[in-house]
Design a protein around this ligand. Structure first.
Ligand code: KIV
Ligand code: ZN
Length: 522
């Protein structure tokens, strides 16, 4: 069977999702997970957009082996040279050059004529090719471009050295039939196309990104651009896990394979969700909490008789942890490490030590610890940004005849301990106010979500928060180069058997991200 390359753009297009900004260490961890997952290409960022992006792509290029590492560039000389600078130390490098081809973009955004676009594409692809052997070219907004003009631009890109042609439906406008037609017509009308790989890049504004990408494969595309959890601008990009499992489950129909290790899909989804604070909806295909749950009596009866009655895939194939009882307070470090290994987590010694301490704390409170609990511990303890302030202690008083009051103790960056108290509308509000009195960074809580990881009264609770920096537009926070908006929303995640403690940890997590960005810029 033909192989379809999986090009992951979580760290570039995915990060453009509002509030999904990630720290370099988080990006590096995600890139390592993408390598374990077996993606063919990682688009690690847009190096010309900021020194931070260039640094992140450079570190990924140096430290992550396996996939091709790619950097994005507009058809501008400094973008192309920055992209090369960022990826040159990778084992295998790619530069991805793009320019819009739709009349709407030419007239209102680029203010360029068609001839100017052709010449910019030709010159910048040639420049990129003089630096790097693997060049991808994208006609942005291909879905709304005049096909004849787009064919001319694509032909020039091939002549100048492009090795992959990516066809973006930038605004998620086209239907699967139309996208199939676009790829088929490109294959018929662009001279030299038989020597390059055609790639799909579909956005999800009408909920058709995955269907469009798969239609592209049916028409002959052999690379798919996608993101973990479908993260991305507006309604997002095509979801990697859905594409991979569609090809895996219906391989005869599609007649292609991928080199993805499907058991790493769920850990990848959790990692991206935790680092970005973008929760995965319960009924999301493949990685949602209910994706493999059977509720209706008739379904449960069928499943007990034969799983094939209502299941086309099983949870283990995508790496969903079993919710069966697995470990207890007498389980040792070795058994814990062993279980992590089976669950697909690769931790260094320090991370393992921290996770094991948390496991023991939870095992003291719960009789048995399930895989789902372990997974929450890993998310909370390991996938965290560097701490500037650490929540040492938290204590609350609340009730229907008490004024909710919290006392918190934080370890400050210089190692000293500061304690303060506050009262609030409820215990969580009181905790956040007490923390604010110490940290003193104006912000507003814009989202707060709590969920139980397993069933039962002693379940571990997971809290996700999003906070917005509350200073004026000139607050020194970075601007997203593609949207022109200030990065102001930061997410945080925390887990504990006590949901007030989990709430405090989640808030500290988000505050630390905000502080790290401010520190970097000051
Ligand atoms: O959606 C889009 O057009 C893009 C390009 C930069 C490939 O993300
Ligand atoms: Zn895109």
């Amino acid at each position: 069977m033909d192989k379809v390359r999986i090009f992951d753009t979580t760290l570039r297009d995915g990060e453009q999702s509002p509030g999904a900004t990630m720290h370099t260490d988080e990006k590096l961890e995600i890139a390592r997970q993408l390598a374990r997952l077996g993606v063919d290409v990682i688009e690690a960022g847009f190096p010309a957009s900021s020194p931070g992006d260039l640094d992140a792509v450079q570190r990924i290029a140096r430290e992550v082996q396996g996939p091709v590492i790619c950097g994005l560039a507009r058809c501008v000389e400094r973008d192309v040279t920055a992209a090369w600078e960022a990826v040159r130390e990778a084992e295998r490098q790619r530069i991805h050059v793009f320019i819009a081809t739709s009349d709407i973009h030419l007239e209102h955004k680029l203010r360029m004529t068609r001839e100017q676009v052709i010449s910019a594409a030709r010159d910048m692809v040639a420049l990129a090719r003089s630096l790097c052997a693997d060049i991808e070219f994208s006609p942005e907004d291909a879905g709304r471009s005049d096909p004849e003009f787009m064919y001319r631009v694509l032909e020039e890109a091939i002549k100048s050295g492009a090795t992959t042609l990516n066809i973006p439906d930038t605004v998620g406008y086209v239907t699967p039939d139309e996208y199939y037609g676009m790829i088929a017509e490109i294959r018929r009308n662009v001279p030299g196309v038989e020597n390059v790989i055609i790639s799909t890049h579909c956005h999800n504004d009408l909920g058709m990104a995955v269907a469009n990408s798969l239609a592209g494969v049916r028409a002959g595309a052999r690379q798919i651009e996608c993101t973990i959890n479908g993260l991305g601008e507006r309604a997002g990009n095509a979801a990697l896990e859905e594409i991979v499992m569609a090809i895996h489950t219906r391989s005869q129909y599609y007649g292609v394979t991928t080199s993805i290790n499907t058991t790493q899909l769920y850990p990848a989804s959790r990692m991206v969700s935790n680092y970005t604070g973008m929760a995965v909806q319960a009924n999301k295909a493949i990685v949602g909490a209910n994706a493999f749950a059977h509720e209706a009596g008739i379904h449960q009866d069928g499943i007990l008789k034969n799983r094939l009655t209502y299941e086309i895939m099983n949870a283990q194939t995508v790496g969903v942890p079993e919710s069966t009882l697995v470990l207890g307070k007498h389980s040792g470090r070795h058994a814990f490490a062993d279980r992590l290994d089976q669950m697909g987590y690769v931790l260094d010694t320090d991370q393992l030590n921290r996770a094991f301490t948390r496991f023991k704390e939870i095992a003291d409170k719960k009789k048995y610890v399930a895989e789902a609990d372990i997974e929450a511990i890993i998310s909370d303890e390991v996938y965290q940004p560097q701490e500037i302030y650490h929540l040492e202690q938290l204590q609350i008083t609340s009730g229907d005849h008490a004024i909710p009051t919290a006392t918190v103790c934080l370890r400050t960056p210089d190692g000293s301990l500061l304690t303060d108290s506050a009262h609030g509308a409820g215990p969580v509000d009181a905790v956040y106010k007490a923390i604010n009195r110490i940290v003193g960074v104006p912000n507003e809580l814009v989202e707060f979500a709590v969920k139980a990881v397993t069933e039962g009264i002693d379940a571990v609770g997971e809290v996700t928060v999003r906070i917005e920096a509350k200073e004026n537009g000139e607050n020194g926070l970075p601007t997203n180069p593609q949207t022109g908006t200030k990065t102001r929303v930061f997410s945080g995640h925390g887990a504990a058997t006590d949901i007030i403690v989990a709430s405090g940890r989640a808030y500290m997590n988000a505050l630390n991200k905000l502080l790290a960005v401010k520190q970097k810029l000051s």
